[in-house]
Structure formats: structure tokens, C-alpha cells
Write a new protein. Structure first.
Lengths: 83, 231
């Protein structure tokens, strides 16, 4: 069956994220001084054909390891739901 | 005359500069399309700068799976000289032919200007015409040029002399600040054998007197002098 998959990719903790920093400064300038720790990554949504939820997750993790995320600089999280 | 393949990806934009630089410095250079699967008896392979596949996902992430890349991988693993310039460097890192990654510049700007480089390693296929400590002026033009690697990899690169060129001030002294936030001001690195080299600055834009700068010529003339990887 088809599963709806959400992949969240974020720059690895400890690595400088200039985009996140710039947006954080902009938020502060706009008066949102309660915001901190802004990190900007990517959200990827896809449909995955698989025999089970676990299989969909395993296959998506393989996609992340091979292409969607860079193992040197990024961490990812996979969420799967029945479509 | 050495046969030099310049690989063109959709979005390459320094392909003609690189072809011209290679031809001007005495090689028989020709284009190979990213959909090709063989390198046509190349003696060296150059991956030019640009924005392959629009830099979608990550710089070099999609180009790295182009049909031509298995041939480039085999060629590199057999000791063949492979140079990645700018986007080509990003592709080599994504392909795992060089360690580390190139991330967004640290200060929110696309950096496009001449920079000074110090040659650190001359025992490579592309820098053997230089001398250690040579100071080169070369343009950079990139938004994703911040070299990063995990601490173990970084220490190994430094300890084994695999940093090929480093950003320095015009006086050759360490930079006050940095060009793009690269760890240890690293501008280019090599694999352990020295046949695979990647750098963010553009020797292809500094290899013709018409452009007022020939400091990059050595990257292309070095190809002919490279004896290959010791077996």
C-alpha cells in the first residue's frame, strides 16, 4: 500500500547554520526576542509504495542515506503514516 | 599530448573556461556530456564549476549520480587524475571521492572576488608545477564554499599533507577573518594518492594572459608531468 512519508532534514548540531542565524537576528529585530536556536533545514514529503509501515520507513531511510541527506553535515528524521 | 575530458552537467557554466584553459596549456581537451558513460580514453578528467542541476537539494548532490559518474569513479580509483573546480569540488565530496562537504558561506554573501592562496602540497596531479609556499591569486565565486569535515578527518587531512591550497592574506600571512568560514581556511584538498584534487577557487579563470592572471596555469600543465600513482 501507499504510505505518506515526511522527511525532516536539519543541519547537524554544532555546525554553523548561517541561514538560521540570519533569520534569528531578523526575528529579534522584529521584536520576537523570545525566539532563539533557529535552525533551517528541509522538509521533504513523498509517497512510498511498501508492504508495511516498517518497510516504508526502512526504504525512506535508505533514500536519506544515499541522496536526501548529507551524512557529513545533516541529520534527518523520518515519519510515516498510512496515506 | 594528454587527453583531457571536461564533463558538462546541466547547469555547468565554467565548462568553456575550463576547456579553454586546458587547451591553451597544451592538452587535447574535449567535452563529455553527463549522460555519456565513457570518458573516451581520457588521461585526466576535469569537473568544471557552475550550478549543476540548479544546486537542487545540495550543491553536487544530484550530479554525483549522473550516468558519467561511475566511469569517473573507476578512473579515479585506478589512479587517473581528476580535478574538481568549485561545483566540481562539491560533486567530488558528494561522490565520496574526497572527504568533507561544502556548506553555505558563513557570512550570508555569495563571495565573488580574487583571493590569495598558499600552495601547501605539490605532490599531486594538479599542483606539481608549483613550489610549496607559492602565493597564487585566483578568483572565487561561490555561495556554498565553507569546507567542513569531522574533527578526525580534518586532523588527518592536515597531518598527511592533503590540504593542497589554503586561503591566506595578500601578504601570504594567515587571514584576519576568513573568506567563507572554511575550517583551517582550507581552499582545496587531495585524496591520499594525490590523483584526485578539489578546490573552490578557479584556476580556469586564471590561466590566460588575456584575463590578466596566469597563476592557475600550473593546475593544467601539471597533468603532463604527473607520473601517476605509485603501484
Amino acid at each position: 500500500m501507499t504510505y505518506r512519508v515526511h522527511v525532516r532534514i536539519v543541519p547537524r548540531a554544532g555546525l554553523l547554520d548561517p541561514q538560521g542565524l540570519a533569520v534569528e537576528h531578523a526575528l529579534t529585530a522584529l521584536g520576537f526576542t523570545e525566539a532563539s536556536g533557529v535552525r533551517i533545514g528541509k522538509a521533504i514529503e513523498l509517497a512510498v509504495e511498501a508492504g508495511s509501515l516498517d518497510e516504508a520507513r526502512t526504504r525512506t531511510r535508505a533514500m536519506c542515506d544515499k541522496l536526501l541527506a548529507n551524512p557529513v553535515t545533516e541529520d534527518y528524521r523520518v515519519e510515516v503514516e498510512a496515506a | 599530448m594528454k587527453r583531457v575530458a571536461v564533463v558538462r552537467f546541466p547547469g555547468s557554466n565554467c565548462d568553456f573556461d575550463t576547456l579553454h584553459a586546458a587547451r591553451r596549456t597544451g592538452t587535447e581537451a574535449y567535452f563529455v556530456w553527463h549522460r555519456d558513460t565513457n570518458l573516451k580514453s581520457a588521461d585526466a578528467v576535469l569537473l568544471p564549476g557552475g550550478f549543476s542541476y540548479g544546486d537542487y537539494l545540495r550543491s553536487g548532490a544530484i550530479a554525483r549520480f549522473s550516468p558519467i559518474m561511475p566511469a569517473v569513479q573507476r578512473f579515479a580509483e585506478a589512479g587517473g587524475p581528476v580535478l574538481g573546480i568549485c561545483n566540481g569540488f562539491q560533486i567530488l565530496c558528494e561522490a565520496g571521492l574526497l572527504p568533507g562537504a561544502l556548506m553555505r558561506n558563513d557570512r550570508l554573501t555569495f563571495v565573488s572576488r580574487p583571493v590569495a592562496l598558499r600552495v601547501e602540497q605539490t605532490d599531486t596531479a594538479f599542483t606539481n608545477r608549483y613550489h610549496p609556499g607559492d602565493l597564487l591569486l585566483m578568483p572565487v565565486a561561490h555561495g556554498d564554499g565553507r569546507f567542513v569535515a569531522d574533527p578526525v578527518t580534518l586532523a588527518e587531512l592536515e597531518a598527511t599533507g592533503r590540504v593542497v591550497v589554503r586561503y591566506v592574506g595578500l601578504d601570504g600571512q594567515p587571514l584576519d577573518g576568513s573568506i567563507n568560514g572554511s575550517l583551517n581556511d582550507i581552499a582545496g584538498i587531495a585524496n591520499p594518492e594525490g590523483n584526485v584534487v578539489g578546490l573552490m577557487p578557479h584556476p580556469d579563470r586564471a590561466a590566460d594572459p588575456a584575463l590578466g592572471n596566469t597563476d592557475g596555469t600550473g593546475f593544467f600543465t601539471s597533468i603532463a608531468r604527473w607520473a601517476g600513482v605509485p603501484k
